[in-house]
Design a protein around this ligand. Structure first.
Ligand SMILES: [Zn+2]
Length: 437
């Protein structure tokens, strides 16, 4: 006990717990031991917390702040921070956008992969994100084969909780796929590296800072055989699976032409229709597909900014949730957003669904729930997403005295209705991480 790391955040003007009762506490406090929450309350923090005198805790004052459970980003391509606002594709849709960028990405170096990840992490944390995934499917022939290791190193340097996916592309143009040869790998190499990174990095324990998932890129860049061998390996190790599906109508057409199947039939045919799977985008599903995905418990990473930027469409968030799918939010890669601002993504979600379905169609609390508990559901993590005893002490602290919130009445609504201001700091595993400009 004497070596335990004790942390106490206190005096939060508003503390959003996302607990079962969805309590929002005034003058809130959260205490943690070794990174996990041991008590949460409102009013002055007690002198003794779980038998430990208050003076033993490292204290952190949140006077004048709104504190949220750390936001969870469920889809990203961190390396794309090196190709933000790339002029030739500024006005392109997905397939031409990809075909132009693949050769550019093929030139990225190991150092650029590290820097790209670090920039993405810092930008995410600056916007209140404490846990992110990364769909890393790009392994250029001239770069290191150990790019997952490089992104994990950057995550450790940044201090963020990281859920990397070992992605893959194996079907190039010569096999009827979209990417060029320069960015695909053979399937034996891919599967061997999946085994390697699971053995080296995957931590199944509560509070894990690194947890691996496997993620073939998309129906137009891998073979059905690779999808099948991936699901077999993931289930052998009890880890999760992720891929892009039904992002655009072009992609659905590709599935029909190549596999003679709609996307969810394809998913089922390769043993991927399960509650250990979450999909990026999921826009063009028909009613029957929505019902099947929901029944199976397949999660969806909703990426509104990217979908708007590429003109891809609008995810049927409400229908998928009603059918039973967990839905989380995501910034997507920085060549189609072109930002890793998670709080801005919450605002985009709110506005997009209101413009389609009306102002009552999406509430502020629903968006916050997607960005916390919904994200945890997609990543299959029961140890993040709400401020309750036993979960990780991951917090996002927003200062209401920022100029963009000046004059705001409802402090929680302000975070989504006002223009996003940077978080004052994030706390990850009971560790305060100061923001960088
Ligand atoms: Zn993506």
């Amino acid at each position: 006990m004497s070596d335990a790391k004790l942390f106490l955040l206190e005096n939060a003007e508003t503390l959003v717990t996302m607990n079962d009762q969805r309590e929002v506490l005034k003058t809130g406090w959260v205490a943690s031991r070794d990174g996990m929450i041991i008590a949460v309350g409102s009013g002055p923090a007690p002198d003794i917390i779980e038998d430990i005198p208050q003076e033993k805790f490292q204290k952190h004052d949140a006077t004048g702040c709104v504190v949220l459970p750390g936001l969870i980003n469920t889809h990203h391509h961190l390396y794309q921070t090196r190709t933000r606002a790339y002029g030739p594709v500024a006005d392109s849709e997905l397939f031409p956008w990809l075909k132009t960028l693949y050769p550019v990405w093929a030139q990225l170096t190991d150092d650029q992969f590290y820097q790209g990840a670090l920039v993405g992490f810092k930008e995410l944390m600056r916007s209140g994100c404490t846990c992110t995934t990364d769909h890393h499917y790009l392994f250029p022939q001239d770069a290191s084969e150990q790019l997952i290791d490089i992104t994990i190193l950057a995550a450790r340097d940044a201090g963020i909780r990281f859920h990397p996916t070992r992605g893959s592309m194996s079907r190039s143009v010569k096999d009827g796929g979209l990417p060029p040869d320069s960015v695909v790998q053979d399937e034996d190499t891919i599967m061997a590296d999946c085994e390697r990174v699971i053995a080296k990095f995957h931590d199944p324990e509560p509070g894990a800072m690194v947890r691996i998932a496997l993620a073939p890129c998309s129906p137009f860049s891998v073979s059905p055989e690779l999808m099948k061998s991936t699901s077999a390996l993931a289930r052998k190790h009890g880890i999760r699976m992720h891929t892009h599906l039904s992002e655009t109508q072009d992609e659905n057409t590709y599935c029909l032409n190549m596999y003679k199947q709609r996307p969810v039939d394809f998913l089922e045919s390769v043993d991927w229709l399960g509650d250990d799977v979450w999909l990026a985008h999921g826009i063009w599903f028909d009613d029957a597909e929505v019902a099947r995905l929901g029944k199976a418990g397949v999660g969806i990473a909703h990426c509104p900014t990217s979908n708007m930027r590429l003109g891809s469409g609008v995810c049927r968030v409400r229908d998928l949730q009603a059918a039973g799918s967990p839905v989380g939010l995501a910034v997507d890669g920085s060549a189609s957003n072109d930002s890793s601002n998670m709080l801005a993504e919450l605002r985009q979600t709110l506005l997009l669904h209101r413009v389609i379905h009306g102002a009552a169609a999406m509430s502020i609390n629903e968006v916050l729930e997607m960005a916390t508990l919904g994200g945890a559901g997609c990543l299959g993590r029961e140890d993040v997403g709400s401020l309750v005893v036993g979960k990780a002490c991951d917090l996002a602290v927003f200062d209401l005295e920022s100029i963009g919130y000046d004059g705001a009445h409802d402090p929680v609504a302000a975070l989504l209705l006002c223009h996003p201001e940077p978080a004052r700091e994030v706390i990850i595993g009971g560790q305060v991480i100061a923001q960088e400009e």
